[in-house]
Design a protein around this ligand. Structure first.
Ligand code: SAJ
Length: 445
């Protein structure tokens, strides 16, 4: 059976590869650049695999030996649709491999984390460390590309690091004349769960430290990107990425603030938004229990950090969204206090629907706080979990399936709009005390 599955997966891959075969953009392998991908996480690994599928030989660099070993065995250490098939194929055909030490390469792509630290200050130390790791092996004609979401000016900082380590090379942006090392900023804009397809289909900002850098980077991305690769300068491209996510965070904050108003005045927020969005030029997003993930909740702080005096709206939106989980907890506690014998079902832990990513998840935070307070009265339903995350250790909360939750709980708190929760028969919710933070069971969409 397994061999049939593998055959089916291979067929899927072949169809996938042909579909994404970049007809008309095929170039002989000899012409294609060799690529080093620094960072093999949620963005680095899928990007490395897609570049390899386009014909380039790709070396993935990471600091974790277990990640290196996993990939070199043709397996993956993260969850992403179809990525396992693609990585297995690319490793098997020799176009993708992983190592801890860099080797000479035509192009170096940096895709490492950029977390925020205390006071929401961006931390670019991983980026600068990556630049320091590749600097010693840079050679004339190389192109260095930063993909990580970064504060404005970070690409220029990489140039400074490279110039300091390699005074023998003319680094773009550090020298007026033509340069030996080109430098660009080219952020991704993919959606978890659709990364492989969106890496190919989405338009891309190509920000060069010089126009020659932008052109060189565009020619590289056009090897595997079918969307439009639009040249600009590095600072503009850095700001574009941050603006994309900050705009979404502000829009979500508006929806979340509306949900507070609706609760206060006694209207149904889902009906209000559905009717308002019938206006041809209104598109209000959906309220939720807060904003999770490692992008929308983080990237706006990079803009606030770059221009603290000019960003009252963006900073306030972050506070509105970060305040929503506490509002939901207060409302849940009030419902529970009124039902001292009730058992409580929390539906969903992931940061958004239909994925198994729990990073910065408001749903997980809310369920954990309730579990700490109400112990074994809390039943958790999470289709993407086989056991409760460590945050629930010692609380007494249990992981149950949806049927068990309906059979034993009187209060149901919907925290994630997983498809599995939507297909449940509405009458299963009948008679329950419902706190629906996602509008799954409103009748008035
Ligand atoms: N959310 C709401 N209401 C909404 C939409 C989202 O509460 O109407 C919440 C979600 O539940 C989730 C959070 O916001 O907790 C973020 O979810 P998301 O789907 O908005 O974003 P991500 O983080 O999965 O992906 C975003 C995307 N950026 C934009 O849509 C502008 C993606 O294209 C980016 O590539 C990604 O951030 C990234 O990595 O930057």
């Amino acid at each position: 059976m397994a061999s049939k599955l593998a055959l089916a997966q291979d067929t899927l891959y072949d169809l996938n590869a042909r579909a994404a075969g970049l007809a008309g953009k095929k170039r002989r392998a000899a012409e294609l650049p060799t690529v080093t991908m620094v960072g093999l996480g949620y963005i680095g690994l899928p990007t490395a695999a897609v570049i390899a599928r386009a014909g380039c030989t790709v070396l993935g660099l990471d600091v974790k030996q277990d990640v290196i070993d996993t990939i070199n065995e043709g397996r993956i250490h993260i969850e992403e649709a179809d990525l396992d098939i693609l990585v297995r194929q690319m490793v098997a055909c020799g176009r993708l491999s992983a190592a801890t030490q860099p080797r000479e390469s035509d192009i170096f792509v940096i895709a490492v984390p950029t977390p925020v630290r205390a006071g929401n200050a961006p931390d670019i130390s991983y980026i600068l460390q990556a630049a320091e790791r590749v600097a010693p092996i840079l050679a004339k004609g190389n192109l260095v590309i930063l993909e990580s979401t970064s504060p404005i000016g970070t690409t220029a900082r990489i140039g400074e690091v490279l110039a300091k380590i390699r005074p023998d090379l003319k680094i773009a942006g550090q020298h007026a004349a033509d340069c030996d090392i080109h430098l660009a900023y080219c952020p991704e804009r993919v959606l978890p769960g659709q990364i492989i397809a969106e890496l190919v289909s989405n338009d891309r900002s190509i920000g060069g430290m010089t126009s020659a850098c932008a052109t060189k980077a565009r020619q590289f991305y056009e090897i595997f990107v079918e969307g439009e690769c639009v040249e600009t300068d590095a600072a503009t491209a850095e700001m574009v990425k941050l603006v994309e996510n900050a705009s979404r965070d502000v829009s979500i904050a508006f929806a979340n603030e509306l949900s507070l108003i609706a609760d206060h005045v006694g209207t149904d927020i889902w009906e209000v938004i559905a009717l308002a969005n019938r206006h041809p030029r209104v598109n209000i997003l959906q309220p939720g229990p807060g904003v999770g993930g490692h992008c929308i909740a983080v990237d706006p702080w990079f803009l606030v950090h770059s221009a603290p005096e000019q960003t009252p709206l963006i900073a306030t939106a972050r506070k509105v969204n970060d305040g929503k989980p506490h509002y939901v907890i207060a409302r849940a506690e009030a419902l529970i206090a009124a039902q001292p014998q009730a058992k409580i079902a929390c539906l969903g832990l992931s940061f958004k629907a239909n994925i198994d990513d729990f990073r910065e998840s408001p749903a997980l935070y809310i369920a954990q706080q309730l579990a700490k307070k109400f112990g074994d009265r809390i039943k958790i339903v999470e289709p993407y979990c086989e056991s409760l995350p460590p945050q629930f250790a010692g609380t007494g909360a249990q992981l149950v399936d949806l049927e068990q939750a309906f059979a034993t709980c009187d209060i149901v708190i919907i925290l994630v709009d997983h498809a599995a929760f939507k297909i449940a028969a509405p009458d299963q919710y009948a008679g329950k005390i419902l706190l629906d933070t996602r509008g799954i069971y409103t009748k008035k969409r």
